[in-house]
Design a protein around this ligand. Structure first.
Ligand SMILES: [Zn+2]
Length: 286
């Protein structure tokens, strides 16, 4: 259906084409992706325990008949994201021949790693773009930005919007970074090191004189997330919410004199830990 665009279009354009093809209004907040898959594309959605997988796409070609299996132990919001990720594979990658077919059967497994909420989205592979598509498809920019306009930046504020769109907080924070009009970055921390990150376009475009920590670098114990990693009970030290942190803690080299703002997202269900960092001067609320 979208194959003729797939060589040139971006995930944002695919999502916009898909939303209008399905008759989803520009400002519609909740999108029932499961109903679209089952009622319009007549693809079955089934839930099962899938050890080490988040989703599995099984299609009989060339008729696109088949099933999407999703991990039943994932949260409902996470399952919806997986379904939107698979929707992009069906609409774009399958029709463009980017997923291999064996004897007329297409099998595409997605692990919790390939389905990483677009983290490390400088990758242009089919998985990173499927995550970007899912974010754009489930959270259209217009209603998403409208809800946060003028509000001070915080994970708590974005979490409130996530509840309205019925997506996970992680997916909503990633989406917020992808459409932010200022310098900000969402990073994932594993074992005290910077594991991967997704920057806003302005963060990615800033000059190399701002030397951001690279992947694999140790996180300073003086950052908010560093204190969390060290096992300090941060809520005994700070009120929850954004904290000002010296730029030096996140930049190897910087001409930035002031503080950065940092807020932490801890997802106990998946054991993941993220930090959202932004330049406060870029996000002064009106
Ligand atoms: Zn995938």
């Amino acid at each position: 259906m979208i194959s003729k665009y797939s060589s040139s279009a971006s995930p944002r354009e695919w999502a916009s084409i898909a939303r209008s093809s399905f008759g989803i209004k520009q400002d519609q907040v909740f999108v029932d992706v499961e109903e679209l898959l089952t009622e319009i594309l007549t693809v079955d959605v089934r839930r099962a325990v899938l050890p080490s997988l988040a989703g599995l796409l099984l299609l009989r070609m060339p008729r696109l008949e088949g099933t999407v299996l999703i991990e039943e132990r994932d949260s409902w919001e996470r399952q919806r994201f997986t379904l939107a990720h698979e929707l992009k594979h069906i609409l774009v990658d399958v029709t463009a021949g980017l997923i291999q077919i064996h004897n007329g059967i297409l099998i595409h497994p997605d692990t919790a790693e390939t389905l990483g909420y677009g983290m490390g989205s400088t990758a242009i592979g089919i998985e990173a773009t499927a995550d970007q598509f899912a974010g754009e498809f489930l959270m259209a920019a217009t209603p998403f930005k409208k809800r946060l306009k003028g509000a001070p930046v915080s994970i708590a504020a974005i979490a409130g919007v996530a509840a309205e769109f019925r997506v996970s907080i992680t997916a909503a924070v990633t989406r917020w970074v992808s459409c932010a009009e200022g310098r900000c970055v969402l990073i994932e921390i594993r074992r005290g090191k910077l594991y991967r990150f997704v920057p806003s376009s302005q963060f990615a475009a800033q000059s190399t004189s701002e030397k951001w920590l690279e992947v694999g670098a140790d996180i300073s114990p003086r950052t908010r997330v560093g204190r969390r990693t060290a096992g300090e009970l941060e809520f005994e030290l700070d009120a929850p919410g954004p904290t000002a942190i010296s730029s030096r803690e996140w930049m190897r080299r910087s001409t930035h004199k002031g503080n950065l703002m940092e807020d932490v997202l801890d997802v106990p269900q998946s054991g993941r830990l993220y930090s959202l960092i932004w330049y406060p001067e870029d996000f002064k609320s009106a």
